[in-house]
Design a protein around this ligand. Sequence first.
Ligand code: ATP
Ligand code: MG
Length: 568
Amino acid sequence: MRSSELFNPTLREIPSEAEIISHQLLLRAGFIRKTSGGIYSYLPLGYRVIKKIMQIVREEMDLAGGQEILMPIIQPAELWQKSGRWDVYGDEMFRLNDRHNRHFALGPTHEEIITALVDGDVHSYRDLPLLLYQIQNKYRDEIRPRFGLMRGREFIMKDLYSFDIDDEGLDISYRKMYAAYRRIYERLNLKFRVVEADSGAIGGNESHEFMVLADTGESEIVYCAQCEYAANVEKAVCSVDEEIQNDAALLPVEKVHTPGQKTIQDIVDYLNIPAANQIKTLLYLADDELIAACVRGDRELNEIKLKNILGCNQLFMADEDTVKRKCAAGFGSLGPVGLDVKVYADLEIEKMQNFACGANENDYHYKNVNLGRDFVPESIVDIRNAVAGDKCPHCEGILKIIRGIEVGHIFKLGVKYSQAMGATFLDQKGMEKPMVMGCYGIGISRTMAAAVEQNYDENGIIWPIPIAPYHVIIIPVNSKKEDQMEAARSIYEELNKQGIETIIDDRDERAGVKFKDADLTGIPVKITIGPKTLQENKVEVKKRWESEMQLVPLDLVLDAVKNILGNV
Ligand code: ATP
Ligand code: MG
């Protein structure tokens, strides 16, 4: 490809709307352009990267026994009504009507469509297992579309669905996908971690997320440096340190006047009680029942865990009016003592002694409260977010925290959709059974952004070789000099013949501009042809990720490039 013909509009300035590096660089390097919030066009270089990611994903899905199909983006409401999700999916779903006022949605995901599709044509255990996938645009009206491709409203996803005769079958399909996902991220040359994800209220449903490690990631991951354990912060299991001894003398409860003191920090300052020796109490409406949840003052309550424990459909923090009606105190003065609702206390509270909390009366707190003596919770449960320094739930190690970008998610669905939608088969004994399903997603466009978050420097992107839009860029320092262009063309042809994807920057631009653009677009290998070196029949070969270049004789350029690229 000649740069003079390539549609690659680069920008000198950092676009003001772009907060994170991948968004900035993909815009600046001319890979994507915004059409509307969270909706992007992919320009030639950007689309080449997307296609390479798709190809790796496709190869691994096929190897794992997947068969590629393409389902409609427009999905009829009836199918979603059948699964029961039409009314609960909420505002994230783009909805539309046809000319007869029939309702449709732009597919945010495809469980309904595929379950109906398979139900229509699969009737016997002999037809199973079945692994079907597609690569296609998805539509989600995200509350906060942001960070460019990271959280789009239209984005590209690979979604595979597995259908098996029983749980053992699902287990095999799930393991295959797990292994395929690992291979995909290894082949993409990205640093990643697989983390245990929330399995929802229905216990036993396994789920894993694939996280590309990057400081700007939206997810916090706890991991153990000693074993393989890793999980999302909000999903990580918190265990109590059994070695903590409860041997301090229990002091009598004291009610203290705390005028205007509402937050944990207020009480730290006013009563000189550390946050770790206070508890905070939050009131929630769980399907209309008011309940209280307590965690240590310096911890964060985890709503997902709480919701799973309660097994409720909806969980909302109670508004201040509801709170006042129940306990005649505002948010800042709540505590579990004498509270007339069920109290769920975090595991850690059982180990705390003589702690402080609100007295359910404005401007008053209690000191020296103890669980058991002063209040008896409904249950003592794990309802806080994990933090660095917690004990690993699997070994003796200590947990640490890193940030990551969720690029893939695999999930055992079981019979949730097949049962609701009547997708059954006849087993060996002629019994009718619901198919056992799994679903497996990869954010293709998000993976492209994640690759940039992990691979850049102050000059631009540094594409991992397997997904670089081109492998090599040849830069004649002065495109008007015929000898430089001549050498450039001959290297270009030689590389192309070997399947090495090459750009020749034949633009009539200053060398500095060409170098800057080459760095910005992140092409792995740069070959510079200048007048001095050319006199000696040599060119400069430079790897994008190293600062040194090598001088290479013209007849050895191909070998040098192959050496750098490996087997592309
Ligand atoms: P998130 O928690 O980030 O909203 P999700 O749990 O909604 O993700 P899934 O429904 O599991 O995501 O979708 C599978 C994959 O699709 C995700 O792992 C992610 O890589 C990608 N993805 C999801 N939402 C978006 C989005 N708005 N923009 C880009 N990619 C997305
Ligand atoms: Mg989402």
